[in-house]
Design a protein around this ligand. Sequence first.
Ligand code: FES
Length: 392
Amino acid sequence: MTAKPLENVPSDDELDTLGNEELVKLGTALDGVELVYREPRWPVPGTRAEKRAERSIAIWFALGGLFALAFLGVFLWWPWQYQGMGQKNYGLYIAYNPLLGITFGLSVLSIGVGAVLYTKKFIPEEIAVQQRHDAGGSPKIDKKTTAALFTNALESSTLPRRKMILASAGFGVGVLGLGAAIGFLGGLIKNPWAGRAAAPLWHTGWSTRWDSLTNTYGAPKNETVFLRNDIGDPYKVQLVKPEDMDAGGMMTVFPWRVSDGFGETEDSRERLLNGLKAIRNPVMLIRLRPEDSARAIKRKGQEDFNYGDYWAYTKVCSHFGCPTSLYEQQTNRILCPCHQSQFNALEYGKPVFGPAARALAQLPISTNEQGYMIANGDFIEQVGPAFWEATH
Ligand code: FES
């Protein structure tokens, strides 16, 4: 159905002489809109009920602003630095992300509730019917009548005279916007990899300076770090020897040092458990078939990281940190089940398919005099996902 063509459409010059109300009428007529019913929410202005409604909406907007302030406070001042399990501020550290989400979410929710309540309580109730019609009218008519309709909508919403709501909405939306902008920019400023030794993300349980009781990086201990197999009981230590694996096999290994003990004391049990649970510790030990190992390509600066046919790659995917637990012997590819990234075990864990853009970090390994497999130090590349990519 099309709108009836309007008789007496004013000329451009006549348009300039029309007032806002006349323009609104013209605009609705041009659009084929028929106003069936329109009633202001508060026919008698200034009643106590109206003021109460105004206050409740202002409170919602103000709450939005306060939650946005809380978000900003958490983002800027909360002790977000990594703390290992058992460390003093571990609880504060793991509360950081949930608090950011909760405060930001509550801020958006409060402002949303305020906006919805405002529509329900102050925008006039109206029923209008519009006939479907073809586009028509001169651009000038369209522009003027549309602008008049907007002005009319704003006036009939009574918003311009509701100072309390305007102030609280300005506060709420302003602080939320500021929080969102700082949150976005702040993520570009705080580099969790900066300052190598001081940056906790660089260190794992494979470092000789790692304290597995407190999960912290500290003074050098010069203790050998062995490769330990997880046999299902965290308090049973089974170290790995090269002959434990067949060619083409894969085993998940974890760090262990003599000072971690064998679970004879409470401290030792804690250390053994931490060694298995620390998120950057799991490593895939792969024994390549000799013919494959012979054609493997080594990463520059990591030429001695493998031990013969044995290659050790972090199990933490460089895309989003899922465990890259699948090793396909036929293709020598390591698969991450989360988003299907594939890494070439024959080329220092380089990504060959999927969203991951960085190679899996490789652990330097060898054996000690007794023939046990040991780590020759920590990883030298980032383990897991890194928003801040290495430049080397
Ligand atoms: S986390 Fe591994 S592919 Fe996404």
